[in-house]
Design a protein around this ligand. Structure first.
Ligand SMILES: [Zn+2]
Length: 265
């Protein structure tokens, strides 16, 4: 698992947040309606109550902003869960604790990585989904919500069918993975804060602002967080973003449980 923050946060531009704020404000003001814009935060690779993971929870807890947490079943133990519980009220509807794969392992022999990709048989996919859900349910009890974020934000058509068959309430992948309409609610993410691939900070900031602008135009802003890749700049930006969003009447922060499937408007 990579832990080096991307270039944007290693060399965060001095006016970075100002640019992001102006982008959001400009895009929201261009909209004809004043209906609050649905906004979602999803944090991936949860399971170990590390310093960064607990700091992330504390930050969201301070603002009272909902957060969807994708938990890797094999990473979560009863002892680790107790540690999460000691830091936040895990039962609060603010959190949507849900499933992130089984052990976050790639099974594709080549091409893009996936744990639930086309290289696997339907029975193998089913086994991993069920044992992942069983493990999370046994550790978290009723705090677990039956939504699924596939590792690397992609999965096979068979996985979608299985999720629907097994009664999951929704899936969350990357925007662009929707080759056909999913048989369950699809809370795709369209803004990537921490796994950006640009080679310099200025282009990374520009690309991030462009994602935010497009997301506002789509009337659905869904922001992906990777706490393992966050340094001080990463936390500072997220703090400013949460302060801005929670003070603005133009946004309505939701979680999978209360959003319903995104629709444009
Ligand atoms: Zn992941």
């Amino acid at each position: 698992m990579k832990t080096l923050p991307c270039i944007l946060y290693r060399e965060f531009p001095a006016d970075g947040f100002k640019q992001i704020q102006q982008t959001l404000t400009g895009a929201v003001n261009r909209r004809k309606t004043t209906r609050p814009l649905p906004l979602l935060f999803r944090a991936d690779d949860i399971g170990v109550p590390s310093v960064n993971a607990l700091r992330l929870l504390k930050l969201f807890s301070n603002y009272g902003v909902p957060l969807c947490l994708a938990v890797v079943p094999t990473w979560l133990t009863a002892i680790r869960w107790e540690k999460f519980k000691a830091h936040v009220d895990t039962t609060s509807p603010q959190w949507c604790w849900h499933q992130h794969g089984w052990r976050h392992a790639n099974h594709q022999p080549s091409g893009k990585k996936a744990e639930f990709g086309a290289a696997r048989t339907k029975s193998a996919l089913r086994v991993d989904l069920i044992r992942g859900r069983d493990r999370l349910t046994s550790v978290m009890g009723s705090d677990f919500s039956p939504f699924f974020t596939p590792p690397w934000n992609r999965c096979s058509e068979e996985t979608l069918e299985l999720l629907a068959e097994l009664g999951y309430r929704g899936i969350s992948r990357s925007k662009g993975e929707q080759t056909r309409r999913a048989p369950l609610d699809d809370f795709f993410i369209n803004v990537d804060l921490h796994t950006r691939k640009e080679v310099d900070a200025v282009s990374a900031l520009q690309a991030l602002c462009e994602e935010l602008r497009q997301a506002v135009e789509e009337y659905y802003v869904s922001i992906m967080i990777h706490h393992q890749l966050m340094n001080e700049s990463g936390f500072e930006l997220l703090d400013l973003l949460l302060a801005f969003i929670s003070q603005s009447s133009r946004f309505k922060v939701c979680s999978f449980s209360d959003l319903g499937e995104p629709e444009s408007g």
